[in-house]
Design a protein around this ligand. Sequence first.
Ligand code: BDP
Length: 704
Amino acid sequence: MNRRLLFLLICGILAPLALRGEDGYRLWLRYEPVANPDLRRQYTEGLGRIVLATPAGTESPVIAAARGELRAGLDGLLGTMPAIRVEARAESDPAVGTEGYRLEIKVQEGASVVTIAAARDAGVLRGTFALLRHLQMHRPISELATVSAPRIAHRILNHWDNLNRFVERGYAGFSLWDWYHLPEVRDRRYRDYARALASIGLNGTVLNNVNANALILTPEYLRKVAALADEFRPYGIRVYLSARFSAPIEIGGLKTADPLDPAVQAWWRAKVAEIYTLIPDFGGFLVKANSEGQPGPHDYQRTHAEGANLFAEALAPHGGLLLWRAFVYAADDKLDRVRQAYRQFTALDGQFRDNVILQIKNGPLDFMPREPFHPLFGAMPRTRLAIELQITQEYLGGATHLAYLAPMWKEVLDAETYAAGPNSTVARVVDGSLRPPGPSAIAGVANTGNERNWTGHPLAAANWYAFGRLAWDHTLSSQQIADEWARLTFSPSPRVSVPITRLLLGSRETVVDYSMPLGLHHIMAEGHHFGPGPWVVARRADWSSNYYHQADEFGIGAARGPTGSNALADYAPELAARWGDPATCPDELLLWFHHLPWSHRMRSGRTLWDELAVRYQQGVESVRALQDGWEALAPVIDEERFTRVKSLLRRQESDARDWRDACLLYFQQYSRRPLPAGVEPPAHDLATYQARKLRYAPGHPGDY
Ligand code: BDP
């Protein structure tokens, strides 16, 4: 039977089954048939021929991957297979940079030709995915022409995956990497993982947890790492590893890991050379040092710069990067935890080698539902700074709650630091616009696991997608990204994509409202971090909730002005002035910076206590609105995903009520004020919430 007939037949059979169950495996790369005949004709005619144009014009594994994707995509969407030719195009195109692409559509000799032009093969692959995205979204072919290049050079997923496949703060099953069976057994999923990354513009992945096991650097494991690198290479994805600072002792037989010791330096040089023999395009190392019990240069009275430079020197001859994490704080340091990294690293500005990038979490604490941006972004003009975002929702309900995070990331990326005058946003610090020339990077802690749909919650894949798209272009809006994702993942029809986009957009603020409103932070349950715990007294003061909420009979909030920890002084004077005055500090950050009386008058006219209660209530009501919004989508969403999301939202509503009731009851002990009208009375007494034990919550390192 001819292909076209077969295609039409299949479309005919499938049309009534359009809402058949979807398990989510295909993510945003579904390539569903274009049913509208006019559009299909438009696409089929427009894509008469496809030219892949690079300066060399030669075949390569990356070009083969692009071809493969075009075949799968066009076969799925249109049931056609236009001729695909690779051509040399010598002239350089500064607009596309090294990884970007240009899509063109022209009529040549009576036939329409689409050209995907790039300076490198990887750019052709990116352009291929852009073309397929355009078609999947049912956009007019006349609007195909475009040019696009990434704003940040290294766009990297960070997996917090252990060698035993446990994923720290992972809520979607176990690690994707089946270390035990590697290198011989290569799961088909590795390829699909690389396709997913490439399709959203990512180009690197750190395979193992920042709380690293030195074994990953042994020859046995490096062969496994090399196998994964081989699988990812055709998709332009480089592999990186988290390196344990004390590896020279643990697997190298040395007595020290002192960064200034020549034997240690030689050991790392040799180790790096060994890695590059196996993996010629190895990306580099990520290091968590002197943080939460991890070894580091301070163990030898050396600085973070001396520690980072040890690795950087070994990597430099091979073109490798060293990503050094700025997430450092110590239990015995009396300085406010949110100031500690600032104090340590600003003192080292200018001391890092050129291939070092300091990787800084978006906020100064730890991936809370809302934080101000990390003050280091405005304070290290001579150091390259990467931003680390957390895609996995450690403090936003794991894979149980819906929280679309693009608005949170945009809030930070667009934040004004005043580092070099106006328009010194965090994004421009990170993308290198305001730095000395050199590499730029962005990292996202992955929310993937071996669950069939990759991310557990069917809507959590939106965060993976959003991270990639923002890493490529941080000027895209949250709305635009949500709309793309909804169209690709569910349906290009606005009947489906518009309401889904709406649900996604407000969801993060909803989580803030029912968990940590008005700038509250770090009041979650201990250990697994799921659910409320404003009463937590941990073995360390800086892991205890009252270190942060500081609630007492007078009021609530962290005093971070001049009479408190003075963390405000770590920001530019413009920000310190604005945030330092409760009258001008936005409500969203109020209790991050201020300890205020319960009677404090808010912008709304309510007292602080009433406002707090109303926000918690609002959070619960917003989850109910999410439920209603989802319910309305029943006729247009496949049964499998619809039911899963529906039940998860039911759970989210009950969790939101717990957050509200537990926190309000706890704080009410101090405020001694009644709940304002409209706030539902708590379901239980405080002791009931405090006595609850959530066992074996996924992703908690203490529980497996
Ligand atoms: C915290 C997590 C912990 C991580 C740490 C980090 O609870 O599991 O190891 O961050 O980023 O948020 O190093």
